[in-house]
Design a protein around this ligand. Sequence first.
Ligand SMILES: O=C(O)CCC(=O)C(=O)O
Ligand SMILES: [Fe+2]
Length: 336
Amino acid sequence: MLRKRARGGVSSQLVYGRPVLASFFSSSSSSSSSSFSSSSFSSSFSSSSTPRNEADEARRTFFAQLGFGNVVAARLQAEKEAIKHGLGPSGPGYVILPRFLSPPSPPPSSLPDRRLCRDMRQEASGLFQAGVFYPSFAYRGDERLEKKNVWNFELDGHEWDYAPSLLMYTREILLHLPPLLNSLSLPLPVPPSRPPSLLRLSPRGYANKIAVSTGGGSHFLRHTDNNNGDSRKVTLVYYLNSEWPSGNGGQLRLYPRSGGYGQEEGSKNTSRGEGTEADGGEEGYVDVWPEGDTLVMFLSEELEHEVLPNWNEEEKDHRWTYTLWLVEEGGCEGES
Ligand SMILES: O=C(O)CCC(=O)C(=O)O
Ligand SMILES: [Fe+2]
């Protein structure tokens, strides 16, 4: 059910940095467990009493033929080593996967490129136009600061009529990524006084946020996503923009842990910096352009990052993201 929120109002659900954790599989309706297999997902489309237009029909056919799930599963499997290095103890704490849901190079110009990403963006922008987004906040201690020109919305997992692609993406990530990360036996940072422990992610719990920045210098100050010991362990920022007009800012700036720069070198949408006085001296960083269909995965507790001010005022150039946070096993309410 779509919850309408007044713009300018305060969300009772997710506010920046303090998400309500959801459980994708258990928080869904009673019919949900069966509707989470791809075949019954497509049949739930056709058996629904809601009238379907051509776009819905085309989307349904597209999912049935192409299989969102296969794309996510195959890509994650192909990137296993890069993920292991990026999030592992000697890696930088992040991994960048451009063209996450698309073939490595763009198709001939007559074919639509980054189609899954564009579907997700369309759904996000439909929700925004429906007025359900709310202003984003940052916290400094207990002080709540409204972020300029940044709006959020949290999916609760029931929005199949409004956001099928976003939910399908969520479902597939949850099906495939926690088991893959758990299989890598990645060590968690623990104080020396505590015994070493490994990253163990829940296959069900997660938090999510659709965010749009509407220009005017909107930005995110340098932070880690989880510095107050909640259960979020891995952040996945997926960019929903199409092209990103350069020169207008909006880069995600990552401050790698010691251990090198990982596999992003040579990637077209990243650039490296040496750091300046203002950035804290000698420190290096990596800038990622928020180009559509790029997935950035990083350790929520460790990886410092910021978003530089962006000035893309035009609606078509607004800065869109869909973020998922994977949580530790047992970290989700109601989970055994
Ligand atoms: O939009 C981005 O690139 C990152 C946003 C971010 O850091 C956050 O939502 O915590
Ligand atoms: Fe963040």
